[in-house]
Write a protein that binds this ligand. Structure first.
Ligand code: FCB
Length: 404
């Protein structure tokens, strides 16, 4: 870190790649999210904000279901040796207990294509949307979902196991639970702390059940979750700020991981946020650089989070990290600074084994719609053509050389 000229080499067999999720890239989905996007309540809300609803309906997304070769070509150009994507539950199990072979074959074909290119698949089983029939049963509030998720896991894993080693059961359970059951911003738009509590518990149970099935089917499966952690930093030495920081760390960063401690082979870390704790949460400092979504860019945060994960004594994969940056002004800088901090953590004994950038190509950013551009590749949403942003070449060199 001191000598900026010297290149930093990463450990052998390091995984370099990108992350995506089904709802954000595939298109043509029919689940609780796609219904919500078009619901009268949502459309009214967008109208009040004078937003064009078409920017907020996932629709064809990035067209990846129709043509995943475009994504694979981008991964190839990046010299990636890993790719994280998710399967969509509503596509695979459109009705309770009816598993769609066409959908399962689509994902099987995708992993085969990845393998043929020497790209290791990291498969996420659940990245937020739910099938409509399951939503109608109460979704994550209903304890029965644990059994449904277990059966779903069994089906998918039986199908894909031959080609897949790395499994991520859940994406960012705390983010989902909070946005959907506390702030009410995401479907099912509840603001109910009791429901939040129930949902978190059911997510914990679902992970554990899914883990057991994955291991039963194949002991060699590597299983974890993608955990969104925030770097909470006490603004000063005041006792109150330190206590508040510890509470935030416990609630947001560690509690879920502690609950699944004995049921994970690795930790997936998603890093986006730094939060200065100053007699309260969410007091942002002024950042030198920020993303198009005005998320302050604070690359050092990942170093602290990685050090904090050391206590779990498990390998860590960075399963997401990135920024909305349409003009590609900060992306290369951000990747480089993040990786310097990752390297520093590795030097201090944290077993980091991969970095998956969010995201491969522009896609549908949930409630924020199509405007935020997270891609190393720019997507033309009329033609679905992918064009490399300059940072794609920057990242491709890193992937190729295993160094920055
Ligand atoms: C993460 C989500 C991912 C993407 C990025 C920007 O919280 O897991 O789907 O939206 O944020």
């Amino acid at each position: 870190m001191d000598n900026q000229e010297e290149s930093l080499i990463f450990p052998p067999h390091f995984f370099w790649g990108c992350a995506t999720s089904a709802h954000q890239i595939e298109g043509g989905l029919n689940n609780d999210w796609s219904e919500w996007e078009k619901s009268p309540r949502r459309l009214k809300d967008l109208k009040n904000k004078q937003r064009d609803p078409l920017d907020f309906i996932s629709g064809g997304a990035a067209n990846s279901f129709i043509d995943n070769n475009a994504d694979i070509a981008c991964l190839k150009n990046l010299n990636a040796n890993a790719y994280r994507f998710s399967v969509d539950w509503s596509r695979i199990e459109p009705e309770e207990g009816r598993f769609d072979l066409k959908a399962l074959n689509y994902y099987k074909d995708l992993v085969k294509k990845l393998r043929a290119q020497g790209i290791e698949p990291f498969v996420t089983l659940w990245h937020w949307p739910l099938p409509l029939w399951l939503r109608d049963k109460g979704g994550w509030e209903n304890r029965q979902i644990v059994t449904y998720f277990e059966k779903f896991t069994e089906k998918v894993v039986t199908y894909l196991n031959e080609e897949v080693n790395f499994w991520i059961t859940l994406n960012e359970p705390m983010v989902y639970a909070s946005q959907s059951y506390l702030t009410g911003e995401w479907p099912p738009n509840k603001k109910n702390p009791l429901a939040l509590w129930r949902v978190i518990n059911n997510l914990v149970l679902a992970h554990r059940a899914s883990y057991q099935i994955l291991k039963k089917i194949d002991q060699n499966n590597r299983v974890g979750i993608a955990k969104h952690n925030i770097y909470f930093e006490a603004a000063n030495n005041s006792l109150i700020n330190k206590v508040l920081k510890n509470i935030a760390d416990w609630w947001w960063n560690f509690r879920f991981l502690n609950k699944i401690k004995n049921c994970q082979d690795f930790i997936g870390l998603n890093y986006y946020f730094h939060n200065l704790v100053n007699y309260g949460f969410g007091k942002q400092k002024i950042y030198e650089k920020q993303s198009d979504l005005e998320w302050g860019l604070h690359p050092e945060g990942i170093y602290h989070l990685l050090k904090d994960l050391k206590k779990y004594n498990k390998p860590v994969y960075i399963t997401e990290n990135g920024l909305a940056d349409k003009g590609d002004q900060h992306r290369s800088w951000y990747i480089e600074e993040i990786l310097k901090n990752v390297h520093r953590a590795i030097g201090e004994g944290v077993e980091v084994k991969g970095y998956l950038h969010w995201s491969l190509a522009d896609n549908f950013e949930w409630a924020e719609g199509f405007k935020p551009r997270f891609g190393l590749y720019e997507v033309n949403f009329q033609t679905y053509e992918r064009v490399a942003r300059p940072s794609a070449q920057f990242y491709a060199d890193i992937c190729k050389n295993n160094r920055i």
